[in-house]
Structure formats: structure tokens, C-alpha cells
Design a protein around this ligand. Sequence first.
Ligand SMILES: Nc1ncnc2c1ncn2[C@@H]1O[C@H](COP(=O)(O)OP(=O)(O)OP(=O)(O)O)[C@@H](O)[C@H]1O
Ligand SMILES: [Mg+2]
Length: 438
Amino acid sequence: MLVKARSLGTQLIVSLGLLVSLFALAQGVSSYRLALIGVNALLDDRLSNVAGRVRDVYEAAIPRDSTGSGNAEDLVVLVWTGHRDTPTRTTDNAVVFDRDTPAGFSDQRANGEAFRVYTLVAYNEVIQIAQRMSVRERAAEKSAVRALLPMLVLIPAVWVTVFLCVRRAFGVLDRLGRRVQAIDSTHLVPLPAEGLPVELEPFVSSINRMIERLDASLQLEHDFIADAAHELRTPLTALKLQADNLRGDIAPGNRERFHALHRGIERTSALVSQLLQLARADAHLAVAAPSDVDVTALVTSVVAELLPIATQRRIDIGAEELMAAHVRATEADLRAVVKNLVGNALRYTPEGGAVDLRVQAGAGTVRVEVRDTGPGIPEDLLPRVFDRFFRVSQSVEGSGLGLAIVRAIVLGYGGTVALRNRTDGQSGLIAEVSLPSA
Ligand SMILES: Nc1ncnc2c1ncn2[C@@H]1O[C@H](COP(=O)(O)OP(=O)(O)OP(=O)(O)O)[C@@H](O)[C@H]1O
Ligand SMILES: [Mg+2]
């Protein structure tokens, strides 16, 4: 693997892009070299052609003595005849080679410059056609660079194409990923299998099989909770009824023991109800369809319901702020949440204390706050009070399930619940629930 990146798409883009660029580069280098060789061969061809023509036609036209045209691009022509040791004819006196340069092509120096020379030997004549190396190099370079131009366009085009292709291919994965992310116990729909690349089919079909199994096991769990509720409640209600019927027949000396029995039955009923409520909330099993619940109306009605307990314990219960707010939930769930929090505040606040409620709406959330003047909860135990059956002290009766139920319900609606001790100089606890507003 050429690159180490977390994204498969980036890995593919970079690897493919680099690979194709490497090929293009190799191709470019070879085109460049081929162009150089080609141009040199062409120029050599020209030199030998010119030599032939000089011998056959133009020799008389070459001056006996010349200082050259001053144009460095021009070919220099020298003609030697007989045994003279200076050229008989030349187009540039400043450029003189040895008379006996090897026949054919050779590289020579004259006047501090490098030349490519073609030497033609005929009878008693030597013809030398020379061209400046610098001129040849420039010409070769120019056409070699031109051969490179297509690569310069091609490489960026390849990168763009690779990027677009890979992104298109991975778009399918992205969309699939989002669908998988949306799956949870309340949203168990199989993934669509049509239109998918064959490579993804095994994944999708195994995810779909898993969804089916999950759905079946959730259904079993739901059924079990419903059955358990029925099976446990019926005998307990019958037991309570029997005990109530017995009340009149209890001998005065047994009254106290009978009351203990009766209270035990009631506590057991309450515990069973709470356990079922918790199981339901954990399984996100709503008893009714959710609707827009008026939070302020609900809080007011819970306060009215618990007012007798507050009055009995001489606790001043009231609302400081009640904004109009709605959440999408079942009324029973929301009532359970508020009732548990207000119930705790009334239960753990000593007589003569105060409990204040607040409903605030804003930025897509509704906040319900319950504030009391009780002892609060030791900081180190705060994270544990949401655990099932966890209780800070046993001095007041309770089962330790209330806050676990609150948390399960609130999380089921995508909200949060938190407890914190008051920091305004007064002892007490603040319970705060936030839910997405309707
Ligand atoms: N407002 C409060 N002030 C002080 N302590 C509290 C308050 N609310 C809860 N707690 C502590 O947290 C513990 C857990 O509360 P939770 O409501 O889960 O159970 P519980 O009230 O003991 O029993 P129940 O299941 O009947 O509600 C309580 O036992 C209590 O010690
Ligand atoms: Mg409680």
C-alpha cells in the first residue's frame, strides 16, 4: 500500500493518482529522450544533405574568404582542395577545423565553440559542413519540451478523474453507512439491497439477517415483559383483595401484625410495578403512541397530585417559572419522570422545607428543574444514584428504582437527566431533565 490513511477513499485516490502519475512521468521522460534523439538525427540528415549539394551544385557560390553572416544559426561550410593547408572556400574564416576530420559525423571544437561536423571526402576535395552544438541543442530541447506538454495536461486530468470516480464509488458506502447508523431498537428497518455494488451484498445481507434476529429477540422481550406484568399483578391484586376482606375479622391483638402484612403486600405491588416500568423503559416499550405533551400542564397536575403529601410534611411546593413548552412523548412516561423527581424532593426534604419547580423552553429543548432544600447527595455518590437499587441511606423507605426509571425514560426520548447539589449557599438538590421540544 502506497499510503497509510484512515479513509479508504483517500487511500485509493492517492494510490491510483500516484501510480498513474508515475506512469505518465516515465512516459514523459521517454518521449523527451525520443524527441531529442529524433531532432538530432534530423539535423544530422540535413548536414549530410547540404554537403552533397555543395559538392554537386553550389561549391562555386561559396566565397573564397568570408567573415561569416554573423547569424549563429547558419551552417558553416568549408571546402578544401589539393594539398593546401587552408580552406579554399569558407563561409566563416573564424571557424576552422582540421583538414582531416574523420569522414562522416564527428564532434569538433573551433573558436571556443562546439560543433557537429559532417565531413565529405570526394576526389581531391574535402567538404565540411558544421553546425553549432548550441543551436542544435536549443532546437532539440524545444521539440522535446513540446513532446512533454500533453503530460502536463494529462496528469491533473487523471487526478481529477480518479478523485471523481472514487468519490462516486464511495458515495454508495456513505449512504449505506448513514442508514446503518439510523438503526436502533426503535428503528429496525432492513437495508435496501437493490442498486448496490455486488461487493457490498454480503455485508448488507448479513446486517439484514442481524436486524431480523434483533427484531425477533426484541419481540420476545416485549412479550415477556407484557406476560410478566400480567402474571405478577393478578395474584398480587387478589392477595390484596383477600387481605382487605380479612380486615374486619382480625382480632384486636393481631391488628399490628395484620397492618405489617398489608404494608408488605403494598410494597411488593409497588416494587413489581416499578420493575415492570423500568423493564418497559429499558426496552423503549411505550404503552401508548407519543403525542405533543404540554409540559407545564403536566407539571401542574403532578404538583396537584402530590400536594397532600407536601401539606402533610409542611413542605412549601411551588413553581418559580412555567414557560409554555411541549415535548413529543407519552403522557404516562413524562408523568413518571416528573413524579419520581418531585416525589424524591418531597421524600428527602425535611419538614418545613421548600420544593421549587421550573419549566423552561429554548433552543430546541425543554428543561424541567426540581429544586429542594433537603440534604442533597454526597458528591462522590452522585454518579451512582441512577443505578438500580442504589440508595444513599435506608432511613426513609424506598426501593432505589425511581431514578433508574427516570433515566431510562429520558434516554429513550433522546434527552438527558442530571442531579447536582445546590451551590447558592443553601443545602439541597437540583434535578434537571432536558428533552427535545416538539
Ligand atoms: N432530592 C433528593 N435529595 C436527597 N437525596 C436524594 C434525592 N433524590 C434521590 N436521592 C437519593 O438517591 C437515592 C435513589 O433515588 P431513587 O429515586 O432512585 O430511589 P428511592 O427514592 O430510594 O426509591 P424509589 O424507587 O421508591 O424512588 C435515594 O435513595 C436517595 O438517597
Ligand atoms: Mg425515588
